[in-house]
Design a protein around this ligand. Structure first.
Ligand code: FAD
Length: 277
């Protein structure tokens, strides 16, 4: 919100910043609405038949929010927009590089290729052995996945010419959407971490830290195929992600009410037969 205010209040239109903000808004809308739909469905099923009764309000919530994934921009198209914004910035960045910058860029890419070719060797070990709840490691993991996806999709799309642009773009759709999603995952995590760091109450910060760990680990678990395929996690570390998630769920269970209260949902909205006891 503050970025939007700054952009609108500025004397000069900053195209780059404007594009970045639009891409970010598009991506966050797509990921947030999908998250809402998935969460409500999970809650509905977790309550069994009672979750289907209208007196418990979950069906209405589901019906109301379902269309969010389509209107105000279809989520697939919005994620494409987020990724295209990144690609434009990427192209601008490459255009700005001097000879040394370009050499470094190429060297980084060669290094990435080596990492993948030697995924079973200990090149990434320093990070691969890090504590999965280490915040610096988590941030690095998300940033690395985004950069890697972006490099890859940029290379693929570079093959597009006048005659084959549609085919090349279409063939890279999955890659493009994964890039947009990875970008949003990173900025959401960075915002989460910044929020925790500014929290004045150490007890609340510690609780939020666990929620953040759970969020990170669930995101990694959902995309564990990518992390394994790209040598960022070993199979045993990947298994320990699920073990940690289960552990965190058990630990956070007793704080569920406090966490819900944090959203200040009015009592009248929470008062349903299923929540009465
Ligand atoms: C309840 C409701 C209220 C609405 N209110 C308004 C309103 O007030 N004002 C308004 O202007 N509009 C409104 N809309 C329209 C809404 O913005 C569009 O439905 C939405 O943008 C999706 O467009 P579409 O329906 O043409 O679907 P399509 O764009 O045809 O999408 C259909 C499918 O094709 C996929 N798809 C489309 N394009 C691509 C692509 N380039 N690459 C890959 N896949 C693609 C989509 O992901 C989707 O799965 C409303 C829609 C609904 C359902």
């Amino acid at each position: 919100m503050s970025t939007m205010h700054d952009l609108h209040a500025a004397d000069r239109v900053d195209d780059h910043a404007q594009r970045e903000l639009e891409a970010r808004a598009a991506g966050i809308k797509a990921v947030a609405t999908e998250h809402a739909t998935t969460t409500i469905q999970t809650c509905r099923q977790a309550c069994g038949g009672a979750g289907y009764l209208s007196e418990n309000r979950l069906p209405q919530l589901k019906a109301d929010t379902d269309v969010f994934t389509t209107f105000e921009g279809d989520n697939t198209v919005l994620l494409q927009l987020a990724a295209k914004g990144l690609l434009t910035s990427y192209r601008d960045h490459l255009g700005d590089l001097d000879m040394l910058g370009m050499v470094r860029f190429v060297a980084d890419h060669v290094m990435e290729t080596v990492i993948e070719a030697t995924a079973t060797r200990p090149l990434w070990e320093g990070l691969r052995d890090a504590d999965l709840t280490d915040r610096v490691f988590q941030l690095k993991l998300f940033e690395d996945r985004e950069n890697h996806l972006l490099d890859g999709v940029a290379r693929r799309l570079r093959r597009a010419g006048k005659d084959n642009a549609f085919e090349v773009f279409n063939a890279a759709q999955d890659h493009l959407l994964a890039t947009g999603r990875a970008h949003i995952d990173r900025i959401v995590l960075e915002a989460f971490v910044a929020g925790m760091e500014s929290c004045p109450d150490p007890e609340v910060a510690a609780l939020l830290g666990k929620v953040c760990d759970l969020h990170v680990l669930c995101t990694v678990e959902a995309d564990r195929g990518w992390f394994l395929e790209h040598g960022r996690l070993t199979p045993s570390r990947s298994k320990s992600v699920t073990r940690l998630i289960n552990q965190l769920c058990a630990e956070l269970r007793s704080s569920a009410e406090i966490l819900v209260d944090g959203f200040a949902i009015p009592e009248a909205a929470l008062a349903t037969p299923i929540t009465a006891d």
